[in-house]
Ligand binder design. Sequence first.
Ligand code: KG4
Ligand code: ZN
Length: 349
Amino acid sequence: MIVLGIETSCDETAVALVREGREVLASVVASQVELHARFGGVVPEVASRRHLEAINPCVDRLLEQAGLGLADIGGIAVTNRPGLVGSLLVGVSAAKAYAFALGLPLVGVHHIEGHIYANLLRTDEGGPELRFPFVCLVASGGHSDLVLAEGHGRLTLLGRTRDDAPGEALDKIARLLGLPQPGGKEIDRVAREHRGPKVDFPVADLGESLDFSFSGVKTAVARYVAQLTPEELNEQRGAIAAGFEEAIVKPLVANTLRAAEECGVQRVAVGGGVAANTLLREKLSALAAERGLELWIPPRWLCTDNAAMIAAAGHYRLARGEDDGLALDTFATAPLSAERAAEEGRAAR
Ligand code: KG4
Ligand code: ZN
């Protein structure tokens, strides 16, 4: 079965065609980064209007790229939670229109589940297929979640950020350092080019917990930058970027490895835009090898937002004959799995 994936949860209009949940036949990602740059962040209303303009041309381009027609599609998977509701609505409405017109089943996918499933896609480098159970770190602009994946749809949240997401912190500090957006990629570049010592920033110690906290280090860097003259900032930009990157990467790597150990699993995976970070990829590779763990890291274009991961995540539900139908709703916030929703329900009672 070929699944059409649609992702419009933030500022990327993305569509993809994936065969059997594994093989990416084509992928189109139309970024809105330049559109939002002058506002210093994503403007929701502007984002949804651009999604509306972009979505159908993106699907046309996708089919052309794959050399396929609409009749080749066997099911549709669309991100319906969490995200900017106005943006999600555009993707979900388009998905419904295609599903209705083509008489196809349609499933809604959780964005974070998509980032996890990026690891199940076959890549050019080949390599073995990722099997359950595994621990996955999803680190992005909006999330920092550590998840135990025991089967399709069987996801347990082990830890999450208590304040900022790592990508959000990287983007904010990049702005203070006078770097363009998306800041995470720029901090990665500046840190790579830096030679010499890094500025040492504190990393929050949350003890036994597998949670994360990045607001303390973000404030520490902001305070440090505030007392510098423009000349000093110019001189120290690389040292600050490298020190801050290290303070972000350290707990991400440490908690991921500890989660694998505590869950007794041999397989570790990562996803989300921050998983594109060079230091994170290097550190995780080295330490996983040292501990005899098997590591999956998607290529960079599958770490940042894309629709191939959404098609991959939706594939297994579609293959089981599931169909959310035309009543599918969108949600700004949503727990990762039904299991966690049940836990939260219990906690609330
Ligand atoms: O997953 P993603 O594309 O969108 C969200 O779901 O949030 O992640 C975007 C985030 C941004 O904060 C961006 O700065 C960060 O990923 N990012 C990086 C790198 N590339 C993108 N962070 C660190 N190093 C990178 N190379
Ligand atoms: Zn994302």
